[in-house]
Ligand binder design. Structure first.
Ligand SMILES: *[C@@H]1O[C@H](CO)[C@@H](O)[C@H](O)[C@H]1NC(C)=O
Ligand SMILES: *[C@@H]1O[C@H](CO)[C@@H](O)[C@H](O)[C@H]1NC(C)=O
Ligand SMILES: *[C@@H]1O[C@H](CO)[C@@H](O)[C@H](O)[C@H]1NC(C)=O
Length: 778
């Protein structure tokens, strides 16, 4: 109350200054969050009165001299995932607005990016949830909403043969626009919308051109990323899917029976929070069951993170929100989209390889990978070509940036290009433009042995850092170095997989180390899925080839795999909460690879819990987890209280008032019922007690016994050590005591696990939680 009084005084001062300041300043987009309307939500349920309410804030803060109608500054009005709006404001106007009673927060719009490993231009599927399909009817009756670059509706992956009509609860629309109308939706693609206002506002010079020149002002996908992710989650089965002949096989989404709704929020220059929130606001109201977001930024506090804020109420309304963890690995604490109510997904490799060896003139053969179509490549790359590297002697030419290559020096030759700075396919285009005949992409220390491949416009292969060092040594050792690329087609089962992709973002979470993130890993390297039929599979303008499929890598590709699994679980268990769905996916995850050995990291070592969370998703087990850890929306608020968030910070996330001292008094010793266990010891703390509650979703009359592998240097005891259930749906609680007399030398984290093994009944359920202990030095 006191704070409000002070704010009122500030407000009158600021209003006086406004007209002067606003004239000199440019406008930018702000997202404004409001306190619930005094008249209650019912009073503003009608769209008109809601707009009036939102507009009234603008009328009080926008400089009247500049505008005929302050409401012309309004971009979006939000009312499902939170109450508020997005508007274009001068800095001083934003400050004035911030001071108005009823305003909870005003924050600048933020540009986020797609979580593919390189720009937007990318391109597999042999990840078979066969057992899960039978149990869930292939995801029938569920709706997966995909927030991305839109959709290419003509793709065979969105064919609706055999699909039932959209569920009756569905209230979404098929929004028309450039090259898109209602006839583009069907029983598979049941909805499509687009959101460009936030994006346009960032191109003030000629906003309409900035969007329309480069892409369709409609839900139609001009990039391919959205088509790819949507088809990965819930695409129909397409026989004989290949990328220009490579990787041929059946392509189908993880939940081929589920419906898809596309929300286009990303444009050529990225994805703006104001557009993303508008998409989430509609999607939740439209009736999606799962929201898939393959985009994000760097980790920021939850109360400033639009995805965290938008997904809080989405989750409370029963929508499972699945997000990509980001591609800033292997750096520690790089994981984004880390809110405890979302499912955060890292990327793993598949056991499929596309070998394309480099045979050097000295007879040495270096392993490389490529998806260049086999037939043509034999003709073009199959003979010895002169090898060149850094022909201009410049750093730009080492990385094959556009225009950096001397045409006379590269014409007809095989050009070595370092990875980095520009997109991988862009380098291929640069080499081709300069007259080069073939390309070898060379990993640097940064990429090590990471092998995300692309469709290139010329014969090309990608070699690891070790191979790159040998390659460059050879080039400098001989006056006329030569090499040829030998393409090996598609090989399955050649590699140890899954393994964590080097680029996959890692924990511990920067903003909240007491929840382990990422939650799981899923296939995200060299994934073949649907692609706009009018684009070359490289996504580049210079690519005249056409393909209905392409190959892409990134946590962007991993997230929709998990969205598909969530749809399968929702279909099998319609009454489950998002927390139950996530618990099922986490506690059933694999921690061993196909060879039965520990999952490896792209780094070469064993993958730790900060790289893979609970492990690699296993859809067949996830639909029948035995026990689940459920969480009520209010528990997340209590959790935020335990983290010391202020009343106002929590309000920005939960949109409800909370008195943390009262909440904490009522919930002494509270711990969030998360399916993984993360303990962050701060300020020399040596012990912690955690509570967990499991719900029996397996068989009646079942019993479970605990098994614990304590992290090195940590003592863990669990009580009770057995849990018995008579009924289905029954709950049992247990306590986990964690004691760490002293942190292990030279380490700031340690890991272990806790498993509930079913002893009675069919004895088949194994409910596993990873344990992560970190010591935070402050
Ligand atoms: C949608 O567009 C197609 C192709 O332009 C056209 O043939 C069709 O009549 C349009 N349908 C509607 C309902 O406008
Ligand atoms: C892509 O799919 C469309 C629709 O099924 C089909 O007509 C077209 O021939 C396919 N294109 C290629 C290159 O396979
Ligand atoms: C919050 O709760 C505490 C403990 O119940 C109480 O003493 C305090 O007055 C409450 N604060 C507010 C602002 O309501």
């Amino acid at each position: 109350m006191e704070a409000v009084g002070v704010l009122m005084i500030c407000r009158s001062l600021l209003l006086l200054l406004l007209p002067v300041l606003a004239a000199a300043e440019t406008l930018q987009t702000y997202i404004v969050q409001l306190h619930p309307h005094e008249g209650g939500r019912e009073a503003v349920a009608a769209a008109e009165s809601r707009l009036d309410w939102h507009g009234s804030f603008l009328e009080r803060s926008v400089s009247w001299e500049q505008e005929r109608r302050p409401s012309s500054r309004l971009l979006y009005s939000y009312h499902t995932v939170f109450d508020g709006f997005a508007a274009q404001l001068a800095d001083a106007e934003a400050a004035a607005l911030r001071a108005l009673p009823g305003v909870a927060s005003v924050r600048a719009d933020r540009r986020l990016e797609l979580h593919t490993t390189y720009s937007y231009r990318f391109l597999g599927l042999n990840f078979c949830p066969a057992g899960a399909w039978a149990r869930s009817g292939y995801g029938r009756g569920t709706i997966v909403g995909v927030l991305d670059t839109g959709v290419w509706p003509e793709s065979p992956s969105f064919d609706d043969r055999g699909m039932p009509p959209a569920p009756v609860r569905w209230t979404g629309v098929c929004q028309g626009g450039e090259h898109f109308n209602t006839s583009n939706c069907n029983r598979k693609l049941i909805g499509a919308r687009f959101y460009s206002k936030g994006h346009r506002a960032n191109y003030p010079t000629n906003p309409s051109e900035a969007v329309s020149l480069l892409e369709y002002v409609s839900p139609r996908d001009a990039h391919g990323h959205g088509t790819h992710t949507a088809s990965t989650a819930a695409g129909a089965a397409v026989a004989g899917a290949s990328v220009l002949g490579a990787g041929a096989g059946e392509a189908r989404g993880v939940a081929p029976g589920a419906h898809v709704a596309a929300y286009k929020v990303c444009w050529f220059n990225g994805c703006y929070s104001s557009d993303i929130l508008a998409g989430m606001d509609d999607a939740v109201r439209d009736g999606v069951d799962v929201l898939s977001l393959s985009l994000g930024g760097f980790p920021i506090p939850l109360f400033e993170d639009s995805i965290a804020i938008g997904s809080f109420r989405a989750t409370a309304r029963g929508v499972s929100v699945v997000c990509a963890a980001g591609n800033n690995g292997p750096a520690r604490s790089s994981v984004a989209n880390e809110a405890p109510w979302v499912l955060t997904v890292g990327a793993a490799t598949l056991d499929r390889r596309f070998p394309a060896y480099v045979r050097l003139g000295n007879g040495r053969v270096l392993y490389g990978e490529s998806m260049y179509p086999v037939k043509t490549s034999l003709k073009k790359g199959g003979k010895d070509l002169e090898l060149v590297y850094a022909v201009g002697g410049t750093r730009e030419s080492e990385y094959c940036l556009k225009g950096s290559l001397d045409k006379a020096a590269v014409a007809g030759k095989m050009v070595v290009c370092n990875r980095g700075i520009t997109g991988r396919a862009d380098k291929g285009e640069a080499v081709k433009e300069a007259g080069g005949a073939a390309m070898i992409l060379a990993n640097t220390e940064v990429n090590r042995q990471e092998d995300s491949i692309d469709v290139h416009v010329l014969p090309a292969t990608l070699v690891g850092y070790r191979e790159a060092v040998e390659l460059k040594k050879y080039i400098s050792s001989t006056p006329r170095p030569v090499a040829r690329i030998v393409f090996g087609g598609t090989r399955i089962g050649q590699a140890r997989a899954p393994a964590v992709a080097l680029f996959s973002a890692r924990g511990p979470s920067l903003t909240n180390p007491s929840v382990l993130k990422p939650d799981v890993i899923a296939p995200g390297v060299n994934i073949i899925a649907a692609w706009p039929g009018n684009l070359g599979p490289s996504g580049l303008e210079g690519d005249a080839r056409r393909s209905n499929f392409s190959v892409l890598s990134g946590t962007s590709m991993a997230a929709p795999h998990v969205s598909g699994i969530a749809a399968l679980i929702r279909s099998a268990h319609p009454s489950w909460s998002p927390a139950m769905v996530r618990s099922a996916i986490m506690t059933s995850a694999d921690i061993t690879d196909r060879r039965g050995k520990a999952i490896m990291d792209g780094d070469g070592g064993r993958a730790d819990v900060f790289a893979m969370g609970a492990g690699h998703v296993n859809p067949a087990r996830a639909v029948d987890p035995g026990l689940v850890y459920d969480i009520q929306p209010g528990d997340y608020v209590t959790h935020l209280c335990t983290l010391g968030y202020t009343h106002m910070e929590i309000f920005k996330i939960s949109h409800t008032g909370v008195n943390c001292s009262a909440v904490l008094q009522k919930n002494r010793g509270f711990s969030l019922n998360y399916p993984s266990i993360a303990v962050a010891f701060k300020n020399g703390a040596k012990s912690a007690v955690l509570q967990r509650t499991v719900t029996n979703v397996g068989t009646p009359n079942s019993a479970y016994t605990v098994q614990v592998a304590a992290p090195p240097g940590v003592k863990i005891s669990v009580a009770p050590t057995t849990l018995s259930f008579v009924e289905f749906g029954e709950q049992r609680s247990f306590r986990v005591n964690v004691e760490a007399p002293s942190p292990p030398a030279a380490k700031d984290s340690a890991e272990g696990y806790l498993v509930w093994k079913q002893s009675g009944g069919e004895g088949k359920h194994v409910v596993r939680s990873p344990i992560a202990v970190t010591w935070v030095v402050e």
